[in-house]
Design a protein around this ligand. Sequence first.
Ligand code: MLT
Ligand code: ZN
Length: 463
Amino acid sequence: MLPALIRDQLTSIVGETRLLLGSDDLQRYGIDRTTLWQAAPCAVVLPATVEEVRAIVLLAREHGLAIVPSGGRTGLSGGAVAKDGELVVAMDRFDKILEFNPLDRSITVGAGVVTAQLQQFAGRQGLLYGVDFASSGSSQIGGNIATNAGGIRVIKYGMTRDWVIGLKVVTGAGEILELNKGLAKNNTGYDLRHLFIGSEGTLGIICEATIQLARPTLQASVMLLAVNEFAVIVDVLQHFSAGLELSAFEFFSQSALEKVIAHRGHAAPFQAVAPFYALLEFEPVDQAVVDKAMQLFQHCVDQGWVLDGVISHSVAQAQNLWKLREDISETLWRWQPYKNDISVRISRMPDFIFQIDQLVARQYPDFEVVWYGHIGDGNLHLNILKPECLSLDQFQAKCVNVSNEIGQLLAACGGSVSAEHGVGLLKKNYLHYSRSAAEIAIMRGIKSTIDPDQVMNPGKLFD
Ligand code: MLT
Ligand code: ZN
């Protein structure tokens, strides 16, 4: 419940229509894609200017009110969940493209601009924003930056971090900072921009971002391969990436494919049924590149790694193959999956796959495990489906054990408990498997400096 005094002050900052108190709005804005927590914010506020954001943060400091910054709420780790009476600061009204500079190939956008809007704008200018993921139709740039979103083309385009050349933020102390100012070269001490990227709303609110755009590429060709066993996916990857410049190398298990076909009405890609599938993408620059791709495919077949394959011959075919991979996440929600988003270095992947596969089979033979992910950049999504016979709480309790064992394995392999989804509420108890006590202490120190009253997204990342 929002005290009347604070409600009046918020109204005077943003106006009555931009302070939302109705239960539908509180529900909608108080949750991300996770299903483990109940939304319970005290209010939702929709500022439209940086000054309004600043006034809101100062008000929050004065009254000790916690803030949850909110973008497209497509997150998968509870980073945008407001479950404890927080004030949600939704950035929907920062939805403008503010400046485009063709010479710099840069664009400055409000934090509430949707990823697809940025991609389409770049396309109309003959340029490219190469970071892409299934939720690009609703995720907002501010949220992508706050979580350093990755996605399906990281092997070619990197993470969100690699394209952010400037940020305007309001810190938890209520200061407005303009970070890096769009410069390509700027060696003037600590790069605070990179602290905000991936900070999951714990340091301040990202209001505007300047993004470097890339030169466009040709329409890519997509190949889908039926792979004989988990262990050889990395062999297929190594073989293809030695011979071709890949822009994506994804994988998924038969159970993922089965579910996508059954629930999305997609056609089966070929008759062969294999335990795993690899989806790869490359630019067919000339016939020699296409011939090379076919040779690499044939070698994989000769080795017994690949049982069957298909290559796209049109944009529509490429898109249809991508749907088999991109629709998995959405399809699985009905099973309330317990999601792991883990990574190791590619060179460690064969050993890691062997060990994690054994761990899951040994400890959880009764659970249905659906694998998919961005194996080209060492990122596996291990989704454990909730059996109908278990309540959500019982299921979660069992999965915590899985996560601890996976965490130990990751620590031994130098891996990460969150490759791209972020830590949020979901993985804060496992952070120590990837980050040392000294690192976490430094992170806490940074937070206290930038957000002295701990108003920014408390309880996320760490307690
Ligand atoms: C994906 O790779 O599909 C996304 O990270 C979402 C997910 O893991 O469910
Ligand atoms: Zn992913």
